[in-house]
Design a protein around this ligand. Structure first.
Ligand SMILES: [Zn+2]
Length: 210
């Protein structure tokens, strides 16, 4: 198993009782879709006291891996340790994952040589969310659905582009290939003739068509 957890002894912030809770340190999104969903919902590190039901949360690093999308991201909240302790913990987690991937003869992939960093689990959650939306947009653009915009297509595209953080749009644009940029420009050009420009989508269109 690629994912790993320890058992943390948690003290309830409300009643003071102690209980055990799983603390995931390595999460493989392909292997553990349920835990991935908890991460995306912001609930992975939530604890609930079995005696009084009070909620709490654990703060600890998390190494996230997903071979399907070549993702290797370490969320490293500095509040858990000094910078040097955090660094050695990070190396330890990456080492453990590498050992497992070696057993599965999967350790040769190039993306495994570089660990991306996230500031904390919220940041990791945003990165995964952004990557998923970009994949959805790429899939959408690779399909023939947008070649002549129908109302349903427009709604779908609107959801996809508006779900991007406006501050991220420039970075998103630069992450596309030249061919994708040209496809998207063409698509937005067509959409501009059918979508009212005072909608939220209008702002997005103006930025890219101008
Ligand atoms: Zn309690």
């Amino acid at each position: 198993m690629r994912s790993r957890h320890e058992v943390a002894v948690v003290q309830c912030p409300a009643c003071g009782a102690q209980f055990d809770a799983p603390l995931w340190l390595i999460l493989d999104g392909e292997e553990q879709p349920g835990l991935l969903q908890q991460l995306l919902d912001g609930r992975l590190r939530e604890t609930q006291c079995p005696y009084c039901d009070a909620l709490g949360s654990l703060i600890a690093p998390l190494l996230y891996h997903d071979a399907r999308y070549e993702q290797l991201i370490l969320a490293l909240p500095l509040s858990v340790a000094s910078a040097s302790e955090a660094e050695s913990l990070a190396q330890h987690l990456v080492g453990l994952l590498h050992q497992q991937l070696l057993l599965e003869q999967l350790a040769e992939a190039e993306y495994l040589g570089h660990v991306h960093l996230a500031a904390d689990l919220d940041d990791l959650q945003l990165m995964l969310d952004h990557a998923a939306k970009q994949r959805a947009l790429n899939t959408f653009m690779a399909s023939a659905a947008w070649s002549w915009p129908q109302p349903a297509t427009i709604e779908l595209l609107k959801d996809l582009v508006q779900s991007h953080d406006p501050d991220q749009q420039q970075a998103f644009w630069q992450s596309l290939t030249v061919a994708q940029q040209s496809d998207l420009t063409l698509m937005l050009d067509r959409l501009a003739t059918v979508v009212p420009m005072d909608s939220g989508l209008g702002d997005f269109l103006r930025r890219f068509i101008a």
